[in-house]
Design a protein around this ligand. Structure first.
Ligand SMILES: Nc1ncnc2c1ncn2[C@@H]1O[C@H](COP(=O)(O)OP(=O)(O)O)[C@@H](O)[C@H]1O
Ligand SMILES: [Mg+2]
Length: 433
C-alpha cells in the first residue's frame, strides 16, 4: 500500500529525492531515497519540526549531524549530509539493508551465547569508534541495529543506526535534558539517563544499553519490564537486574551484570575493556561445545544431552554385540576393551569415571534452559516482545529496593503494556519529579 505523504517525490538540496517511506520513529520519518547525481540509494530522516523549533535546537542539530558524519566504521550507518528544508532539519544517511535485531529476537527468541557474543563484540567495536569521537549514542536498542544478509546460522555483520541524536561528551548541550526531556528508549535506558543525571552521561551509558541488549540476546527478554514508563525508569535506577540462567558460563553472566551496574564507574571503564572481557567469554564458550553451536539457548543444553545419551546408547549397543560375539567365539579373537569403545564413542563432554548409564550422563549434562516448553508460533512482526519462545518477565529480585513512588513490580508473566512493549520507540517525556 502506498503511504500518502506530501514529501514523497520531493527533491531536497537539489539532489536527494524521497522515494518511499521506510518508517516513522519518534524523532521523525525515514524515507528511502536516491542521490540523483550518483543514482545511489540513500535513507533520509526528516526530523520532527517541533523538536527543532527554536534556533538553539537547530544549531544543536547541525553540531550533532556534523559530529555523526565524522564516524567512520563498517558497523555504523554513515551520515553523508544534512540540511534544512524550510525549518525542517533532515539527515542523509547510508541506506542500510538487512533485518533489525529486534525482528531477529522476535522470531528466534534467545540466541546461542556464541552468536550473542559476536553481536556484542561488533557493538563494542562500534562503541570504541564513538568513544574515539567523543560521541554517545544514547538510544542503542535492537531496532537501531541492523543485521545484513542475516541467516540463523550464517555470519553476522551489524550496523548501528541513529548516531544522529548523539551528543558531544562534555559539551554544553546538556540542554536536551535540561529543558525537560528524557532522550532514549525506556527499556534500554541507563540509570543516569532515566534519573536525568546529565553530567554522568558518557560512553558508559551506551555500555549499559548494550548490557540490556546482551541480556535480551541471552534470555529472549530484557531485564526490566513494567506496566508504566515511570516504574520502568525506576527499575533502571534502583532495581538489581534478575540473575541470568545458571547454565550460562559464569564469566558471561559476570560481564552482563557489570555492564548493567547502576553506577557508571562500576561498569567497564571503556568499550576497549568491555571488548577484552567479551573476548575472554568467547574463549570460555569455545571450550564448551554445547554452548558454541547454533540455535537458541535451550537448544544448546538439550542438544548436548541428546548427544550424550546417543553416544552412551551406542556404547551400550556395541558392548552388548561384542559380548555376544565373545560368548559365541569364546577363545580366539581378543575383544576391543571397554575403554577403547568408550573413547571412540565418547561425546565431547568429559564423563566422570564409571559413568555408564544415561542417568550418569544427565548428571553431568548442563541443566536444561528454563524456556523449553512448547510454544505457539508467532507471526513475524516488529512488535515485541512476541513469545516465540515463552518469555517470562524476569523474576522480581527478592532484595531489590522499592522504587520511590513507583507502581508495584510486575507480578507474574503479564505482557508489558503496549506502549512499552513497542520498545523501539523513542520517548521524549516531561521530567519526572
Ligand atoms: N539508514 C537507514 N537505512 C535503512 N532503514 C533505516 C535507516 N534508518 C532508519 N531506518 C528504518 O526506518 C524506520 C524508522 O526509523 P527511526 O525513525 O530511526 O525509528 P526509531 O526512532 O525507532 O529508531 C525503522 O524501521 C528503521 O529500521
Ligand atoms: Mg532508529
Amino acid at each position: 500500500m502506498t503511504v500518502h505523504d506530501p514529501l514523497l517525490g520531493r527533491v531536497l538540496k537539489d539532489q536527494y529525492r524521497l522515494d518511499a517511506v521506510l518508517g516513522r520513529g519518534a524523532m521523525g520519518i525515514v524515507y528511502r531515497g536516491t542521490q540523483l547525481d550518483l543514482g545511489k540509494p540513500i535513507a533520509v530522516k526528516v526530523l520532527l519540526q517541533s523538536s527543532y523549533a527554536d534556533p538553539d535546537a537547530r544549531a544543536r542539530f547541525r553540531r550533532e549531524a556534523t559530529l555523526a558524519s565524522k564516524l567512520n566504521h563498517p558497523g555504523i550507518g554513515q551520515v553523508f549530509d544534512f540540511g534544512l528544508e524550510g525549518e525542517t532539519p533532515f539527515l542523509v544517511m547510508e541506506y542500510v539493508e538487512g533485518k533489525e535485531l529486534s525482528e531477529v529476537l522476535a522470531e528466534e527468541g534467545a540466541l546461542a551465547p556464541s552468536r550473542a557474543l559476536v553481536i556484542m563484540r561488533q557493538l563494542a567495536s562500534v562503541l570504541q569508534e564513538a568513544q574515539r569521537n567523543q560521541l554517545v549514542h544514547r538510544d542503542l536498542k535492537p531496532s537501531n541495529i541492523r543485521l545484513m544478509r542475516y541467516t540463523r546460522t550464517g555470519p553476522i555483520f551489524l550496523k548501528v543506526l541513529d548516531f544522529g541524536i548523539a551528543k558531544q561528551v562534555g559539551g554544553t548541550d546538556g540542554k536536551l535534558t535540561a529543558t525537560g526531556a528524557i532522550i532514549g528508549t525506556p527499556l534500554y535506558m541507563s540509570p543516569e539517563q532515566a534519573g536525568l543525571d546529565v553530567k554522568q552521561i558518557d560512553c558508559r551509558a551506551d555500555q549499559y544499553a548494550a548490557g540490556v541488549i546482551f541480556f535480551e540476546l541471552l534470555t529472549g527478554h530484557p531485564p526490566f519490564m513494567a506496566e508504566s514508563m515511570h516504574a520502568l525508569l525506576m527499575h533502571h535506577v534502583s532495581r538489581p537486574p534478575p540473575p541470568l540462567p545458571s547454565h550460562l558460563p559464569k564469566a558471561l553472566r559476570d560481564v552482563v551484570m557489570r555492564m548493567l551496574a547502576k553506577q557508571p564507574d562500576q561498569r567497564f571503564a571503556d568499550p576497549g575493556a568491555l571488548d577484552e572481557a567479551l573476548a575472554r567469554c568467547e574463549e570460555v564458550c569455545a571450550g564448551l561445545p554445547a554452548l558454541g553451536s547454533g540455535g537458541g539457548a535451550a537448544a544448546d543444553s538439550s542438544g548436548s544431552l541428546v548427544k550424550i545419551l546417543g553416544a552412551l546408547g551406542l556404547s551400550l549397543l556395541l558392548g552388548t554385540a561384542l559380548l555376544m560375539a565373545f560368548r559365541a567365539q569364546r577363545s580366539t579373537a581378543s575383544p576391543a576393551t571397554d575403554s577403547t569403545l568408550t573413547t571412540q564413542s565418547r561425546p565431547p563432554v568429559t564423563l566422570p569415571k564409571g559413568s555408564s548409564s544415561p542417568t550418569d550422563a544427565a548428571a553431568v549434562a548442563p541443566p536444561a534452559a528454563p524456556t523449553t516448553a512448547p510454544s505457539t508460533p508467532a507471526p513475524p512482526t516488529r512488535q515485541r516482545p512476541v513469545p516465540v519462545k515463552p518469555r517470562k518477565p524476569p523474576p522480581a529480585a527478592a532484595t531489590s529496593p522499592k522504587p520511590p513512588a513507583a507502581s508495584p513490580p510486575p507480578s507474574g508473566p503479564k505482557p508489558p503494556n503496549r506502549a512499552l512493549d513497542k520498545d523501539h520507540e523513542l520517548y521524549q517525556v516531561p521530567v519526572l519529579h
